[in-house]
Design a protein around this ligand. Structure first.
Ligand code: 6PG
Length: 253
């Protein structure tokens, strides 16, 4: 199976390439549909990408911010001001520096007492925003994902029962490893996106990147292998460090 993997010299070049694609996707979506609906990932990898969108005038000024709607792929069960909050990370690196209308920002309220109820509420927000009928899935223009060293993406962790969720759009997750509970979009939502972009950098991701890209079938050991867009496309922007083990696998990609 061929993969669309773009290898950039270093993490900042990868972040900038992802930011440039983000602008292209936004302009194309607004031209075709009058809006750009994106789900952002958390963690550390996308920070420099968000910073490029905020700090680089040539990117920031091209963006149709008033037509852009920002959701999250997942969130930790912490308050929005908590250092682990994906909302806080995106706010600090991007939202605080660009003219995106606050009503276009759809935070996952994972800091409320009843996590299941928060997940149901986010699901209701998606159903309303996308005007979904029963059995419909939201169509994100862009789903930005990261890759954990254990092969997880969003908050879809190895061997989690949520990997097999095919009815709900949003689920609460209690990860096996230590750390806060989470709320995550489910794979049918990820896979119904028009474009899925994985941004992966760093030597520590080289082995998991190689194993994920080489698999042709989903594996509960590597949840990112469940990403297979129904009708859209998935591509990868990686730096040379993350790609260092791909050279010998090229023939099998
Ligand atoms: C999160 C992310 C998660 C992340 C990976 C990679 O909430 O942590 O959504 O899926 O993308 O864990 O994280 P790093 O970018 O920090 O390596």
């Amino acid at each position: 199976m061929t993969r669309d993997v773009r290898v950039l010299p270093d993490a900042d070049a990868a972040a900038r390439s992802a930011a440039e694609y983000f602008v292209e996707a936004a302009l194309s979506s607004v031209k075709r549909r009058g809006r750009f609906v994106v789900a952002l990932s958390g963690g550390q990898t996308p920070r420099p990408m968000y910073a490029h969108l905020a700090d680089d005038a040539s990117l920031r000024e091209q963006m149709p911010w008033s037509r852009t709607h920002v959701f999250w792929s997942d969130e930790r069960a912490v308050p929005p001001e908590h250092p682990d909050s994906n909302y806080r990370m995106v706010y600090e690196t991007l939202l605080s520096a660009v003219p995106l209308p606050p009503e276009n920002v759809y935070r996952i309220h994972a800091d409320e007492p009843d996590l299941e109820e928060s997940a149901e509420r986010y699901e209701a927000t998606l159903r309303t925003f996308f005007a979904l009928r029963e059995g419909d899935w939201p169509g994100f223009d862009l789903m930005l994902l990261g890759l954990g060293a254990d092969g997880h993406t969003a908050s879809l962790f190895p061997h989690s029962p949520v990997l097999h969720e095919r009815r709900r759009l949003v689920r609460a997750v209690r990860p096996a490893n230590p750390g806060p509970s989470r709320i995550t979009l489910t794979f049918p939502v990820l896979n119904h996106s028009e474009t899925i972009l994985f941004l992966v950098t760093g030597t520590e991701k080289s082995e998991v990147l190689r194993t994920v890209l080489q698999r042709d079938t989903p594996s509960e050991d590597l949840p990112a292998t469940f990403v297979a867009p129904d009708h859209g496309r998935v591509f990868w922007i990686v730096d040379r460090s993350a790609a260092e083990r791909l050279a010998d696998a090229d023939s099998r990609l």
